[in-house]
Design a protein. Structure first.
Length: 278
């Protein structure tokens, strides 16, 4: 957390809270499919890299005796803290109001990426619980807050306790289809969670799925239900946030611009919250 003085208000201190996890080797917050890999190229290696532009370059020709440092990344667009676009959920969206092609991450309206932050704290709920509209309304009533269009609604779960471990993906709660739609219908375009997924952990849902197969009644409605709400109402979704417990339930402002990747289903985000220093 950092504090800086606002440029236009010399006596007003602002806190900046980093809501992102790093792209890093060995952090274990992603399964193999999306686990990032970073190769670090040293300053000494940089001399050789720079020689493509400056033939016969030697270390002694450079002020520090070294060249530039660079990195090469192998990442999935869903590695680390990122924003999902409606294209991730399905090829279409907005069936409730007029079906259209689902937007990709480079099509997110920039004004949706800044807004008042609302944090719903459900860290005390059992892993795998699936939030419904009544849960959301009860929490908002507890906070004395009514959702306003343009806010960014995020869910705090128990999952951050397991950051940096392979077990992280198996913790936290999910938001069900009806719970997601309940939020979106109130004028919300961006939501987020500090769990691995907006849906309940796959390992827990898979148990329910297998039980339904044994009963010969496949519970297809369980599979990725929160995400699939985007077919009815297109929305953008932040996953693997951090430090939601460091901001107030209401009163902070969130900034969450995704990297502009043409035609992609998601983009990495350096999510940040600001709030006045008391």
């Amino acid at each position: 957390m950092k504090t800086i003085r606002g440029e236009n208000a010399p006596n007003n201190l602002m806190k900046f809270i980093d809501l992102s996890i790093p792209i890093a080797n060995g952090f274990q917050c992603d399964p193999p499919l999306t686990e990032p890999h970073v190769v670090y190229h040293t300053h000494d290696q940089g001399v050789e890299e720079m020689s493509f532009a400056f033939p016969h370059l030697k270390p002694e020709y450079l002020p520090s005796g070294t060249g530039w440092a660079t990195e090469t990344l192998t990442v999935n667009t869903h590695s680390g803290t990122h924003m999902d676009a409606p294209w991730h959920f399905a090829p279409v969206m907005d069936r409730e109001i007029g079906e259209t092609r689902a937007w990709t991450i480079d099509e997110v309206p920039l004004e949706w990426c800044v807004g008042p932050l609302v944090v719903l704290d459900f860290a005390d709920l059992e892993d795998g619980y699936v939030m419904q509209p009544a849960d959301i309304d009860a929490k908002l009533q507890e906070l004395g807050h009514a959702i306003q269009p343009g806010e960014i609604v995020c869910v705090h779960t128990s999952a951050p306790q397991y950051f940096g471990t392979a077990d992280y993906v198996n913790h936290g709660i999910g938001v069900g289809k009806e719970g997601t739609l309940h939020i979106l219908r109130q004028g919300i375009h961006v939501v987020g969670t500090d769990a691995w997924s907006w849906d309940a952990p796959f390992a827990i849902t898979a148990v329910k799925w297998k039980e339904s197969l044994k009963a010969k009644q496949p519970a297809t409605q369980l599979i990725w239900e929160g995400h699939y709400a985007g077919i009815e109402r297109g929305y953008f979704q932040l996953e693997k946030l951090a430090n939601l417990d460091q901001v107030p339930a209401v009163g902070a402002t969130m900034y969450c611009f995704p990297v502009k990747i043409a035609g992609a289903s998601a983009g990495w985000v350096r999510a940040v919250a600001t709030m006045p220093e008391v």
